[in-house]
Write a protein that binds this ligand. Structure first.
Ligand code: AMP
Ligand code: GLY
Length: 419
């Protein structure tokens, strides 16, 4: 069936809420389900309780609901085996198999695939002992980059010029990847793929450090914007040719095709584009502004990727303007966040702006309360980045959450053409 009318989205968080909103806008879609979802998804979808890490439970829910398509959001669910279980139950699934999701689940595996496919990335050593780490750090010199090999929710990477700090991070990790420092602006490029055909989205940029001016520790992302007025015009074509297509082809050649969302985190260095990392799902918070501008009906697109018919789909269509997302984080994030505080101002209407919920829950009285570090994102759209920023921050000013904080400089340099 080319036009799915009911979709189940697995996972709860800002990207899943953004997916639910975009799927609900697809004119062919009559029902959207979310599991477990949050109070935000409940407004556009029916929420169902599920353990997202239990593939059999997810497949059983999909079968019981009789949906045409399942979209798996969280990386941990993909690395478990949700997508395999759903496909085995005969339901179309957007999301790679556990074998292909290792591209995100293991940084060492990703390096190996890139080497085999000739994809440009930082030189790296995979290290199992403190002596190996010390030798790798000294081989590359500062600034040092040390990455936990496994999934770490965006917090497994330390970039520092302090050798002791680099050693200490490695000591707390187990197997690590030590790599060459990549200097240059970062770009996130997402692609929808069915394992053969690749359709890249427009580029976005996220802000990983917790503080204004890119200070403080790394987070899952404090804000994002799209498009990038400063990016080279041939960037998407070049990255598709040198990164996305070769990676998809290599996984296909190995008999573990990647069908889902391939996310390339890139550095534009003086020596050319280099891959920083791959993710196997819609990235957060870039998904929020990207889907705010995507006009192509999303359910149809993801269904085509899930069923191997992406080559028959038309080119993606975008709104001409810009979109900016700013994350509102709970006190303590990215350490242990304060939770359980009421979130106010969710119903306020600001033109060209919306709220995407992530770390929220309903309390016993049905009020929306904070339940995680990144509580929500405000998304503003407009003719250009300056206007989109203004609207995002205007919407943010009406959100009430005690102790919360946000970055004030999301997309500021790009809006002022200072990147
Ligand atoms: P990752 O989880 O691999 O995306 O890393 C998180 C962040 O750490 C990236 O977005 C970069 O800002 C930074 N980072 C990772 N690898 C490198 C590298 N080789 N050189 C410079 N910065 C890096
Ligand atoms: N934007 C970073 C991530 O989704 O991992």
């Amino acid at each position: 069936m080319a036009e799915p009318s009911s979709v189940l989205v697995i996972g709860s968080g800002g990207r899943e809420h953004a997916l639910v909103l975009a799927l609900a806008r697809d004119p062919q879609v009559r029902a959207v389900h979310a599991a477990p979802g949050n109070p935000g998804t409940a407004e556009a979808a029916t929420n169902h309780p599920v353990d997202a890490l239990d593939g059999d439970a997810v497949a059983a829910l999909a079968t019981r609901l009789g949906v045409d398509l399942v979209v798996i959001g969280p990386e941990a669910a993909l690395v478990a085996d949700d997508a395999d279980a759903v496909r085995a139950a005969g339901v179309a699934c957007f999301g790679p198999s556990a074998a292909a999701a290792r591209l995100e689940g293991s940084k060492a595996f990703a390096k190996e695939v890139m080497a085999a496919a000739g994809v440009p990335t930082a030189r790296a050593h995979v290290c199992a002992t403190a002596d190996e780490v010390a030798a790798a750090l000294d081989a590359f010199g500062p600034p040092y980059v040390v990455k936990d090999d496994g999934l770490a929710a965006g917090k497994g990477v330390v970039v520092t010029s302090d050798r002791d700090e680099a050693l200490a991070h490695a000591a707390g990790c187990g197997r690590v990847v030590v790599e060459e420092y990549l200097d240059g602006p970062e770009v996130s490029l997402f692609a929808v793929t069915d394992g053969r055909t690749v359709r890249a989205l427009q580029p976005a940029q996220d802000f990983k450090r917790v503080g204004d001016g890119d200070t403080g520790p790394n987070t899952g992302g404090m804000g994002a914007y799209t498009p990038l007025p400063w990016a080279p015009p041939d960037l998407v074509a070049e990255v598709t040719r040198t990164v996305l297509q070769p990676t998809v082809d290599e996984l296909s050649r190995r008999g573990t095709p990647f069908a889902g969302l391939l996310y390339a985190g890139l550095a534009l260095t003086r020596h050319g584009v280099r891959v920083i990392e791959f993710n196997a799902r819609f990235g957060d918070p870039e998904t929020q502004p990207l889907l705010a501008l995507l006009r192509t009906p999303l359910a149809r697109l993801l269904h085509a990727a899930a069923t191997g018919t992406l080559d028959a789909e038309p080119e993606l269509v975008w709104d001409a303007g810009s979109a900016v997302a700013v994350v509102v984080a709970a006190a303590g994030y990215p350490g242990t966040p304060r939770t359980g505080d009421p979130v106010g101002g969710l119903d306020v209407a600001v033109e060209g702006a919306s709220v995407v919920q992530a770390g929220t829950a309903a309390d016993a009285r049905g009020r929306v309360v904070s339940s995680g570090g990144r509580v929500l994102a405000v998304v503003g759209t407009g003719a250009d980045l300056a206007r989109a920023r203004e609207r995002a921050y205007a919407r943010l000013a009406t959100v009430e959450l005690e102790g919360s904080f946000h970055r004030t400089d999301i997309a500021a340099a790009a809006a002022e053409k200072q990147v």
